[in-house]
Design a protein around this ligand. Sequence first.
Ligand code: FEO
Length: 410
Amino acid sequence: MINKMMIAENIYSVGKVDDRDVPFHRLTLTKGTTYNSYLLNTEKPTIIDTVDISFGKEFVDNLKETVDLMKIQYIVINHTEPDHSGGLGSLAAQAKNATIVCTEKAVEELKEMYKLHKRNFLVVKDGDKLDIGGKTLLFLETPYLHTEETMITYCIEDKILFPCDIFSTHIANTEVFNDLAKEDIFEDFNVYYTLIMHPHRKHVQYMINKIKDLDINMIAPSHGYILRTEIEKFVGVYANLSKNTTTNKSATVIYSTMTSNTKKLSQSIADFLNAEGITAVTVDVNKTPKEEVLDYINSSDIILFGSSTRYGDMIGSLEDVLKELKAMDLSNKIVAAFGSYGWSGESIEVIQDYLVDTNANVLETSKVIKSTGMSDVAFPIRIRFTAKEESLQDVERACEYIGNLALNAI
Ligand code: FEO
């Protein structure tokens, strides 16, 4: 069923109610969900987000009854995941004059996903505004909520926030507004936050800071209820649950370095872990007695092992330590390999081979993708030569992931 309703002057909810058991991130949404899309029927008609790819044709057929598709000027895509951008292919095929509005990160994804290489795109950045003829849209980038390319859109005149996945609930509601709900939706709202947003809680805090000065009358997300009452309470859930949480976990970053690049990387890892509320220290394996290194391993919850690569292998006495691991009980520990390298970085992979032969929880990219859907966090941590700004961001993201594991947030 298409959910069509005017929610403010010239603003319509035109999304889809999906009351099936919906497969989602290896879960089943037993209450279904909705894919909320919005038409701002101004002098320059604008669509904000679309619907799941399964319902693209139905969505476009319905939209035709309300607006001349050839008059649509803008299609705003806040988030590229196909439950929201899925109708873009069908819509763009008929809304031939529309410019697609999105972040820079989203452009290539949308072009590839919907074969839109020849379409006009308008790339917006944090704080950009767009006049749509009688209304003004403000765009705020919200990376990692919950994927890298996401943004939120705010209609200044109507004081409506369109945050896509953020502030959503997975309920196949037909009442549209939260105050008309026949059930208490806070539990579902909290569950949604925990599953989708909490692993990115630092970025939730950034988002809260960005919207704190906006006067918000209504939050129109892309799943579930439109929130028009108790807005502070709903925003407060995100603000409070995402606050930095300290852990009682400890980490040791054990390294063997040739030119100091791996040593510097070790310190960066320790700094980022400390920022996650984990007490982290670095240990130079070549300057520390082996028994002392093993004590560090025994007393730490998280241990990272890193080495430079020389002639295709690790250097120094790290391997002497790694040979001990198989006989140790590491069952409650998280371990990972890392290293700076110049050409192939074989030592990092050799360290990984030692780690997977233990009973520890060994961090690897495949586990990250399966547990979070994030494809931008990689283990082992491999940095070519010296860590530069962009590669340090990768290290920080990896440490955020470890921080979430330490908090049992994923
Ligand atoms: Fe509702 Fe990230 O898609």
